[in-house]
Design a protein around this ligand. Structure first.
Ligand SMILES: Cc1ncc(COP(=O)(O)O)c(C=O)c1O
Length: 395
């Protein structure tokens, strides 16, 4: 009977990783994978994480199940860390297996509503949103967010497209270090977006994956806080994979702000959806996060390492800009210096992108996404020469 199974699409990031693995050249550069790397090309375990793990080994006295919504203490500490005073008992919270499961639980909840809302998406955006929404059966529509060839936000077009949204629809946006564009909205643009969402009765759904990689952990929570302070209903998904470097340990959470009269019902809905899908979230990663956030010394250590990760990414961005200036005296990649986080899109069409891989051994995700954290000092000139060699000289 398995002959009747449809052929499923392969994730473009996995395709990129496969093409890289199959490339026989010794000199090749893998900018596809979405994890942080330090100057030595390692994805290190942060010192605060190591110490928290050690403490857990010594003190944890049970591995019994948590509640279906996970450890209430973890959710409360994380909620306060993210939202400050805007986090109170009015939020439904669940510990989830990374950010992807938080997104999936919410997608299931929306799809199972009697009149399911449409989820409006920024395009381009995180490549797993559409598969998650489709798997849940949630309806979605794309709005233009960014023009990769001009390296500019298409903000007005996005607002214009939102005119078709109905009250009760949902707008899924990213908190900081937009994946894959690296282009975040300005403060004014963000406020203008919230004005439109509020006026149209559209519920914001913010996904936070790279807190600490733009300004600082606290500064990068600003968008989520504004939403939480302004909207009576909103949704927040978070992954700690990147901010704590605990990718495989699967720490995440879902937070839903409801009106008081809906609170118990949404708690039961989230609990039932977790039960029938992911069931209990793994606890090791979230326990590490809780331990760090509860201890002032560990927290300071973690924030120091997070700062270093952010500074390295920012340094590589500035180095790309400076290298282009030195070699070509042009500014075709200068937008990379104004963007934030690990990812950005190269302004290449499909033919240029194929040439980048074929002729220069530089592997990017289909659509031109690069992870600047995967660049070593010696790689920058290679990338700049290859990309600028493919672009027109003006720009
Ligand atoms: C924007 C965004 N949201 C969510 C996730 C999911 O993260 P996790 O690995 O914790 O499921 C990612 C991971 O890359 C992401 O980039």
């Amino acid at each position: 009977m398995f002959e009747h199974v449809n052929d499923y699409p392969v994730d473009p990031i996995m395709i990129g990783a496969d093409l890289f693995a199959q490339d026989p050249r010794p000199d090749k550069l893998n900018l596809t994978v979405g994890i942080y790397q330090d100057d030595q090309g390692r994805t290190p375990i942060l010192e605060a994480v190591k110490r928290a793990e050690q403490r857990l080994v010594e003190t944890q006295d049970s591995k019994s199940y948590r509640a279906l919504t996970g450890d209430a203490e973890y959710c409360a500490i994380l909620g306060h860390e993210l939202l400050g005073e805007a986090f109170d008992a009015g939020w439904v919270a669940a510990q989830t297996s990374g950010g992807a499961v938080a997104l999936r639980v919410m997608a299931d909840l929306l799809a199972q509503m009697p009149n399911p809302p449409t989820v409006w998406l920024q395009t381009p955006t995180y490549g797993n949103y559409v598969p998650i929404l489709n798997a849940a059966g949630a309806g979605h529509q794309a709005l233009p967010y960014y023009d990769p060839l001009r390296s500019l936000l298409t903000f007005e077009q996005m607002l214009d497209g939102l005119k078709a949204a109905r009250p009760g629809d949902v707008f899924l946006l990213q908190g900081s270090c937009h994946n894959p564009t690296g282009a975040d909205m300005s403060e004014d643009q963000f406020t203008a977006l919230l004005d439109v969402l509020e006026a149209r009765g559209v519920v914001p759904w913010i996904d936070l994956a790279y807190l600490g990689f733009a300004g600082s952990f606290a500064a990068d929570c600003a968008m989520a806080r504004q939403i939480a302070n302004r909207f009576p209903e909103c949704i927040l998904c978070i992954t700690l994979s990147k901010s704590f470097g605990i990718y495989r340990d699967r720490a995440g959470a879902l937070f839903v702000k409801t009106r008081a009269s809906d609170h118990q019902r949404i708690t039961r809905a989230v609990t039932a959806i977790v039960r029938s899908g992911a069931s209990h979230a793994p606890d090791h990663g979230p326990a590490v996060v809780r331990t760090i956030l509860q201890d002032a010394d560990l927290k300071a250590l973690w924030l120091r390492d997070l700062d270093q990760m952010r500074q390295r990414v920012a340094r590589m961005r500035q180095r790309i800009v400076a290298t282009e200036q030195e070699i070509f005296d042009t500014e075709r990649l200068s937008y990379l210096g104004r963007q934030v986080g690990m990812f950005s899109l190269l302004p290449l069409d499909a033919t240029q992108e194929a040439a980048l891989i074929r002729d220069h051994g530089i592997h990017v995700v289909q659509g031109g996404r690069i992870n600047v954290a995967r660049l070593g000092d010696g790689d920058v000139g290679w990338l700049v020469k290859a990309v600028c060699g493919l672009l027109p000289t003006s720009g």
